[in-house]
Design a protein around this ligand. Structure first.
Ligand code: ADP
Ligand code: ZN
Length: 379
């Protein structure tokens, strides 16, 4: 009934494969050995998109490397923060590149900053001239463990998070953890939110490392530049890639890395001045864990252990919007559309294990909200 009636004549079928290959590399004090980076541009021009705050903090180093270089630098400072993650910000970047007639293949755009800058810049790079190469240099923890891993680009559409975007592999990702020394503690904690997510859903070993991390008091660990933090960051990136690499284009919409991203996207942007991404993700993970508790996958001891870890990492453990049934239902509807009509809700079936839930009764949502309201008093 539904089949297309075609004329009996020649037809064309297009089959093509484009292999994805790029590296995520750790580097050391990248600003003092910027020659390597600037030489990734094959011409005498270097295009830098820099987070405004990174520019302010590292201005002297940037100026020194620009003054000592034989290359010509073109720099655009880009505003960070979620409210600037818009199509307009990407268009501004495109105008900047276009005014300078960026060469299409030999002059990669180099983006340096937090997740917002990397997302806006990579979206711009993916649509400008249908794609120009981009090199990403993440500077905060969230960008290191999340925004620079994988091939997604995205900007917000009003309060709809990452509603516009593309899949676009970067040319390279260069991680320099020494940037974390200047990163405000709240933004370190924010990155720990995404690490907490991947640990809880995928790795009891990483979960234990995070528990050990909360017991270390050294400033190095706090800034995520000590030995334990290094192992945590490495494991977190590896675990993310284990999931992303076989499903880069999200052909399969049943993804455990979506844990923490089911109820939160709507609530996060509704509270844009209050919640950071990793914080909203953590709140969603905890709500989903209450759900797992009510579905008898997680016992009370484990539920409390999970809450205690989030709490001692300095992450928020309660937000009133997760007790608002209308908001929860609205979020779930958005999520369902995003997952092509299926809920595909990843929830922990143990610490480091997961299952997907596709149906939620009214009664379970009520019980989960009650549990979420009360559990924090038992820590
Ligand atoms: P996110 O990375 O959480 O998606 P942003 O890109 O807006 O969001 O980054 C959050 C904040 O962290 C921004 O104010 C940004 O300027 C700041 N930031 C990023 N890296 C550093 C750093 N190394 N030192 C200081 N501040 C930083
Ligand atoms: Zn996320």
């Amino acid at each position: 009934m539904n089949s297309l009636i075609v004329q009996k004549q020649k037809y064309w079928e297009i089959n093509s494969e484009d292999k994805v290959n790029f590296q995520i590399l750790f580097t050391h004090s990248i600003l003092s050995q910027f020659k390597f980076v600037e030489n990734l541009s094959e011409t005498n021009r270097v295009f830098l998109l820099i987070d405004e705050n990174i520019w302010k903090i590292y201005k002297n180093q940037f100026e020194t490397l620009i003054n000592n270089s034989i290359k010509e630098f073109h720099i655009k400072k880009v505003k960070p923060d979620e409210e600037n993650k818009t199509v307009d910000s990407s268009i501004e970047i495109i105008r900047f590149l276009d005014d300078k007639s960026l060469r299409r293949k030999s002059e990669p755009v180099i983006a340096i900053g937090g997740g917002v800058i990397l997302d806006i810049a990579s979206f711009a790079a993916s649509i400008y001239r249908r794609g120009v190469p981009i090199i990403k240099i993440p500077t905060n923890l969230l960008a290191i463990v999340d925004a620079c891993v994988g091939v997604k680009t995205g900007v917000n559409l009003g309060i709809k998070r990452n509603r516009i975007g593309t899949y676009y592999p970067p040319q390279k990702v260069l991680i320099d953890k020494s940037f974390l020394k200047t990163c405000p503690q709240r933004h370190i904690t924010n990155g720990l939110g995404e690490i907490f997510k991947i640990a809880l859903i995928k790795s009891s070993s990483l979960f234990k490392q995070l528990e050990a991390y909360t017991e270390t008091v050294g400033i190095e660990e706090k800034l995520c530049i000590g030995a334990l933090a290094s192992k945590i960051i490495n494991d977190s990136i590896s675990l993310m890639l284990e999931e992303l690499e076989p499903n880069l284009w999200e052909k399969n919409l049943q993804r455990c890395v979506d844990f923490g991203h089911s109820f939160s996207p709507y609530i996060e942007l509704k509270n844009i001045n209050e919640l950071l991404h990793g914080e909203a993700v953590t709140l969603d993970c905890l709500f989903s864990t209450c759900l797992a508790f009510n579905l008898n996958f997680i016992n009370k001891n484990k539920l409390l252990r999970i809450y205690r870890l989030a709490n001692s990492l300095g992450l928020p453990i309660f937000h009133r919007d997760f007790t608002n049934k209308k908001l929860i239902e609205k979020s779930l509807n958005e999520t369902k559309a995003h997952r092509n009509g299926n809920l595909n809700l990843p929830i922990p079936s143990d610490i480091g294990e997961y299952i997907f839930v596709n149906q939620l009764s009214d009664e379970i949502i009520d019980k989960t909200i009650d549990c979420y309201k009360l559990i924090k008093e038992e820590l």
